[in-house]
Each structure stands twice: as C-alpha cells, then as structure tokens.
Write a protein that binds this ligand. Sequence first.
Ligand SMILES: [Zn+2]
Ligand SMILES: [Zn+2]
Length: 452
Amino acid sequence: MAASITYDENRRLIISGIECDCACEHRTPDQDIYVGEDIIRNLPQYIRKRNLGTHCVLVCDKNTIKVAGDQVCRILTDAGIDVIMCFLKRETDVDPDERSVGEVLLSIQPETEFLVAVGSGSITDTCRVNAARTGLPFVSVGTAPSMDGYTSAVAPLLLRGLKIHRQGPCPEIICCDTKVMATAPDWMIAAGVGDVLGKFIAKADWKIGSIINDEVYCPVCGQIVTDAVNRLIDNVDKIKAKTPEGIQILIEGLLLAGMTILIIGNTRAVASVEHNIAHFWDMWALSKGHRAPCHGASVGIGTMMVWPMFTRFADEDLSKIDFNELKKRHMTREQRVEWMHSTWGVDNGDTIMRENPGDFLSWEEQERRVRRAQERFPEIQAVIRELPPFERIYNTMKKLDAPMKSVDLDIPEDVRNISIHCAKDYRTRYTLFKLLDECGLLDEYLSDYPMN
Ligand SMILES: [Zn+2]
Ligand SMILES: [Zn+2]
C-alpha cells in the first residue's frame, strides 16, 4: 500500500500506509503536525490537546517577531497562557550558538512547562537542544519553508565558531501556517526547494547501497520522498508565486521528507553526498570566520554538481576495470589519514574518521564491492535511469532564481573542487561517489573539478 497524507478537520496531517515489510524498524510519528491557512490562531487548542501546560518561553528573532512572534504571544496570552518572550536581538541573523542557547536557557523559569520556537532552522535548533537539556517539550511555529529540519532529531549548532551536532527531540507540535510562511523571502523558498531536490540523490545512493552492501532500503520511505519531490517540481510555478497551495506543497514536501527520519530513525532517505558537500562548505566558511551559507541553497547546488556523475555512470563499462591496477592504487591507512587531514582539516578529519571507522577499506572489501557492481550493474543503471532528466532540476532552480553555482554563495572555486572530491568521505553511508572511487573512476569523472 502506498503512503498517503490527509488532514483531519483541524488541519492535522495524517500519514497513512506506512505499513512496510522491509527489515527497517518503523515507527509511526506521534507528533501533531498542522499545515493550513490561518491556523496559527488555533495554537492554544493544539497546546491544550497535548496537555503542555500554561507557562511557556517563546523564542523569536527580529524577523520572526514581526511575521508571527508578536501574534503568537498575543494569541497565547489571550488564551490564558503565560508567555516569557525570549527575543534574540541581533544585528545580523541569529546563529544557533552558545549565546542563543544560553539566552533561551536563562529565560526558562522553574514554572516553565514548554518552549515555543517561532522561526526556521536556527531558532528551532536552539530550542531543540534546550528541550533536550531541560526535558521540556517544545512547539515549533514555522516561519519559512526553507529546510526539512522541523521534524529532525539532531540539532546542528555552533560552539566557539565550530559546527557541532547534538541530539534533541522533535517538536511535539509543528504548526505551519501557510499565510505566515508565504511572507518568507524568495531566497528562503528557493532554499527549501533546493533541500528537497537533493532527495533524488539521497534515494539513488540508498538504493545503490542496498545493491552493493545489502543495506536495507525502505520502499515506503523512498516513495514518500519521491512523491514529495515530484509534486514540488510539478508545482514550481505556484511555489514561486507563493500561493497558499504552492506554499503548502513545499512545506508538505519538507515535512514528509523529514518524517522519514521519524519513521526509520535515520536520515538515509534525505541526505547523502549533496549534503556532505554542503557540510564541507559550512565548515570552510566557519573556519574563515564567515557565516555558513544557506543550507538549502548549498544542497541545491551540491545536487546539481553531482547529478551529471550519476547520469554518466549509467553508461559506464565496468568490464574494463583492471583489478591489478586498482589494487596498486588502493589507499593505505596512512595515505587515507593524510588525505582526510589535507581535505577536511586535521580536527574535522579526525572527527570524521573516528565516527566512520568503516571507511578504512581493506583491498578485499573494495574488490568485493567492485565485483558486486559488475555483477549487478543493470540494477544500478535502473536506479540512475529512474532519476528525472537533469534539465528538470536545473530549470526548477532557475525558475526560482536560486543560486546556481558555488560562487553565488561565496564559495571559491578551489573549495568547491576539493569539496566534490572528498564528499564521499564524510560518512560510511554508501554513495555512488564511493563506488566511483572504489572502481578507480572518480578522478576521471571529476576532471572538470580539478584538485588545486
Ligand atoms: Zn537538508
Ligand atoms: Zn520499510
């Protein structure tokens, strides 16, 4: 049975059809997710339904206070809920750093029963880590359909200028009022689309992982993501025009992709090599004292960078692989450590290697994978041929005036070139880029992205 979504009379999203007999453990998300026009006024009712209490800390910034923060404060106060405003006042955009996290923590009083995050990524993540540390539930009032992290269980944060990740709960209530979200600037809308388009790559890599490494692929989660992303491409005009329907399609795409994380407990369906490239750019920018580029914009560009490698591989002739040559070029442990340090930097490289011990590949395992790819190449071809034509991705981004190249995000050419070479090394999770490398083809494929 195919997964499908409907809404109840209160605009609560109901996902059904996630019964699946794959070997993943599936959990039905129990969060209350609401999507609709003018639903923000129903917040007190949503909060009562979950018995969250009557004392909250509301977190917002200079942008979100105007589009929803003040309004939410009034609505909750009128309903008898005591609100402590935690306004993160900054000249620039808010970072999810120790200062923001600390401001929220110090706003929490002994009587506080829940947190309300009014914003998108940074504010939600700032609240998420506070919710984790204090045990308080939190409510997310989305203000921009710019990323798929509303339903996430991990918060990317900044500590002393470095990017860190901390586990944290998913909001108990997510309220996406399409009228509020339609006020988001065009670049945030384009970013949301970019984040969703990356799911094509994530899905293809997941399937390739199941072919090469017998990884469990969940067809239901795969289908949820594919439906979401196709609907988005088909409706790009409405999204660009920010019609209520367009905004709803975009936020549904982001929420549904995010829900696969709740269903199977990992991000396999939503993030792969295109996200690794985005992470590389973030780390580079932060190391230079710059702001990290917009997540969805990076993912969209990363997707367009890696796409042609997929298409090309579908026409590859793997019978020509010279195993003796490949064995000679097999990286020793020392060579790999050196490679990781020279690309990701010593600190980040060490962290990645510690967290991904499986990436120190023995020759025997490399040979097994390449032989498996040879044997089951038609299946890999089928996975790649399932992808829509690249032009559809390109045209969607173009139509939304999204940044199209890394230079548009102030990522210099040499950084872009390194990032695509080492994107395969960020996680053990299998990708086409790992396979290209193991087949000795990666350098040839990336000759347009030379190492400086
Ligand atoms: Zn993302
Ligand atoms: Zn499944």
